[in-house]
Each structure stands twice: as C-alpha cells, then as structure tokens.
Design a protein around this ligand. Structure first.
Ligand SMILES: *Cc1c(COP(=O)(O)O)cnc(C)c1O
Length: 460
C-alpha cells in the first residue's frame, strides 16, 4: 500500500493558492468537505488497477481541479434565466411574464433596502401595506377599491371565503373549470367554505337558471372566465350585463374570476378573446379577480378590484394575512401599472410588445439569425411561417402569425439538437416540428438576439 502516500494532507492542500481562492469564494467549511470527498475518491482510485496520478504534486492538482468543479456545481443557483424561443408568450413553465425594465429596476431599488411597506410617512406611524398599488389599480381599472395577494388562485379563494363562507355561491356548470396545476374551481370553492350551488349544463346556462337558484342562502353569483378552452356549437351564457342586472335586483354581488388581467385596450380583447378588466368593472361586476403575471405582464400576484365595502371585507379576512405579498411584488406591480397609467404599456411591457410584434419585424430578426448561422457545422438554417400562442392557460385557440428560424440538423436528430440548446448558458428552449428545431423570436427579448446568435455559433 504505497500509493495512498502520494496523497497530500488537507493541511498541505490548504497551503495552495488555488485552494485559498476557493476558500474565499465558497467559505472554508464547504471547501474542507469538498477536499475530503475528492481526496477520498482519489484514494479509492489509487488503490485500483490504473492509478491516474504518479506523484504528490499531480495528486494535489487533480484534487484542486475536482474540488473546484464540485463546489461550482454545488453552489450554482437552481433558478436561472433562460431564453424562451418557444413562441408561447405567457409560458407558465418558464416563469410567465418577463418584467418590464422599469419594474425590474424598482424591485432592485426597493428590495435592497428598507421601504415604507407598512409605515405612514405623513403621520410617522404604523401604516397599511394594502394601500400600495391601490391607487394605480383603481386608476387603470375604474374600480373604487383594490387589494393584492399572492396569486389569482389565492385571490379567488380569499374572495369566496370572505364573501360566501357558510352560504351559497351560484356558479354555472359550464364554468366549473380546471385551470391547470390542479386548480379546480369547485375544489377552491369548497376550500373557501362556500356551498357550491351548480346550475345549468356544461353548454347552456341561462339567466333564468341563476334566478331560479337565488334564495336567502345565496351570498354571491360567481362568474368564471373559462380561460383555457372554448365550447363551440350549441351554447348559451348570459351576457355580463344581464347577470349584473339580476344581481342588483336581488342585491347579490356578482364576482368574476377573469383569469388573465387584460388591461390593454378593447382591441386586445377582440384580438385574443381575453376579457378586459375595465369592461367587467364598467358592466357593474362587484368584485373581479385576475393574475398579475399573465397578460398584465407583471409579477406573480392575484389582484382583486371592486366595490369599497366588499374589498374591505376581503382585506380584513384572516386569510389575507396568509396570502399577502411582499415589498418586491408591490414594487414590480406598481412599476408595471404605471406603464398602463401612462398609456405606454404596449411599447414598454414585454408581454404586450411580444403580443403586438409584427411578422415583418419578426421575419427580419429571424432572417438575421438564419444568415449569421449559415455554414454552421450542425445544422442548416432558414426562415418559415408559423404560429405563436398567448399561453398561460389563456386565449385558447388564439394563434398569432409569426416567422420562425428553422434549424435543420445535418446528421443528428432534432431531439439531440434541441437538448444541446438546453445545455447552453443561458439555456435556449425551442420547439421541435418535423425533425427540425424551430426558434420563435416573438418571445425572445430583442436585446437577447445577439447573445442567442453567438451562443448558437459556439455549438459544435
Ligand atoms: C390562471 C387562472 C387562475 C389562477 O391564477 P394564478 O395566478 O395562476 O394563481 C384562476 N382562474 C382562472 C380563470 C385562470 O385563468
């Protein structure tokens, strides 16, 4: 047993400048355990038939290199930025909405220090966090009051708990939907303590069905936007104004889960079929709930807007404490809403910019990419027509014409090439169609084009 003697001791290793700089970067204790693990593994190797090192200096070099790799791997963050070349704008698996530059700046500014999160700067005393974003939300939606929680699932749960617990919530069978990620409207309703009063059928529910179900146990009428599917054919659903009129006649609030928070123009509603928040407010809906990070293009949040007294009841419910948001969410949300208030969201909010990017612009960017990749070792590149989607469980069936950069592998499969794209840093997420890899630049931020091209050029 002579070989293990060429292993340096831990103390000897720690004299090496390379190990010292690892200690500075990762801390002494992590380096110590990495050195021990790597030295142990090398000891096993040296006892085997084909020792990989011949002297102590070589062994020290090998240990240093392997420890460095091990630490780099162990300390790498799990959550990293990726390039979304799928053409799915609100891609739930890829973090939904990218923040506007102004919103990202606000998060950094507010998050890095103290803030008046719950402090009244005028009175010099404790304040309420729920005042943040409220003024902007009332401005951009037209509703008198607003509250913000962790996500829209929480907004719906809290609203039902505060307004309908122990009483009945009337809902059409055509709206008892599953949104994805296990969010099922009937389950959430039951969790809130509300009794679900189902009416109508999957394809047809009339105003008379709602009217017939109203009793002294009725707390609210719930309307749910069936975000992720369309029922076509023999269908009927009362207009929002009919439902509001019915609610007003019996003094029962109509609550609407809009899913996506479409604060864009009515044109966007026509383009993609996602109802505008302001239209629901204007129609007289008492409380609307929607997501902050779908079409709205802000941070993950659930937004509740509506009548003052109902929103107050929602805010003072005990669950509010469990579902509230932090200063970084308010910072990002306020900055995002400010872009809407200024009327320039369509040019500054990434989700809106992507929605409105033209095939001409996308074609130019795709051609520039394909040209720069001409002569690549692994694939040929050209530009083809295709379709992007809104995603995020919204605007089902809405397809937006786009131009795609198509990478056709020369020797290997498209699946292999696509997995190589995911190994890049940042990883590039693409689609495969007909054994080609398709890149949709609609969802690639224009400032990432150069990085994407250079990164693809490095593939060999
Ligand atoms: C997406 C969606 C939800 C859930 O919103 P999250 O922000 O993901 O929690 C609830 N209801 C509808 C109709 C939706 O489309």
């Amino acid at each position: 047993m002579t070989t293990p003697r060429i292993l340096p001791s831990i103390d000897q290793l720690r004299q090496r400048p390379g190990i010292c700089s690892l200690e500075t970067e990762y801390g002494a204790s992590a380096v110590l355990s990495a050195l021990r693990a790597v030295a142990d593994a090398l000891r096993q190797e040296l006892a085997g038939p084909a020792p990989s090192v011949e002297n102590r200096e070589q062994a020290a070099g090998v240990i240093e290199r392997r420890a460095s790799q091990r630490l780099e791997h162990a300390f790498a963050p799990s959550l990293i930025p990726v390039i979304n070349a799928t053409g799915v704008i609100v891609h739930t698996n890829l973090g939904r909405a990218p923040l506007a530059a102004a919103a990202a700046r606000r998060v950094a500014e507010v998050g890095a220090g103290y803030a008046n999160l719950e402090y009244d700067l005028t009175g010099g005393q404790r304040g309420s966090r729920s005042v943040h974003a409220e003024q902007l939300l009332t401005r951009v939606t037209g509703a008198p009051a607003a509250a913000v929680v962790n996500n829209n699932a929480a907004a719906v749960l809290l609203t039902l708990a505060a307004l309908a617990s122990g009483r009945e919530a009337i809902v059409s069978r055509g709206e008892l939907v599953e949104i994805g990620g296990g969010f099922r409207i009937p389950d959430v309703m039951r969790q809130s303590g509300a009794d679900v009063r189902e009416i109508g059928t999957t394809n047809k529910t009339r105003t008379a069905d709602y009217a017939a179900a109203i009793s002294d146990r009725t707390a609210i009428i719930l309307r749910v936007h069936p975000s992720n599917f369309r029922i076509e054919g023999f269908t009927e659903r009362p207009g929002l104004d009919e439902l509001v009129a019915l609610g007003q006649r019996f003094e029962i609030p109509v609550v609407e889960d809009l899913g996506s928070g479409n604060l864009l123009t009515a044109q966007a509603e026509a383009d993609i079929g996602e109802p505008a928040v302001s239209a629901s407010v204007a129609a007289g809906v008492s409380v609307c709930c929607f997501s902050g990070d779908k079409l709205l293009g802000g941070p993950q949040a659930g937004i509740i807007v509506g009548d003052q007294d109902l929103v107050s009841r929602i805010r003072s419910h005990p669950l509010m404490r469990a579902l509230r948001v932090d200063k970084m969410t308010y910072a990002a949300l306020e900055a995002t809403l400010l872009e809407y208030a200024r009327g320039r969201a369509e040019t500054t909010i990434p989700v809106a910019r992507m929605l409105y990017a033209t095939t001409e612009t996308l074609g130019q960017r795709a051609h520039a990419l394909a040209d720069r990749l001409a002569g690549h070792a692994l694939f040929t590149s050209d530009v083809v027509e295709g379709l992007s989607t809104v995603g995020g469980g919204g605007a089902p069936g809405s397809a937006i014409a786009t131009r795609l950069a198509r990478l056709t592998p020369k020797a290997r499969s498209a699946r292999w090439l696509e997995s190589r794209l995911r190994e890049l840093r940042p990883p590039v997420i693409a689609r495969i169609v007909d054994d080609c890899v398709l890149l949709d630049l609609r969802t690639v931020l224009p400032e990432q084009d150069e990085q994407l091209i250079e990164s693809l050029q490095t593939l060999t």
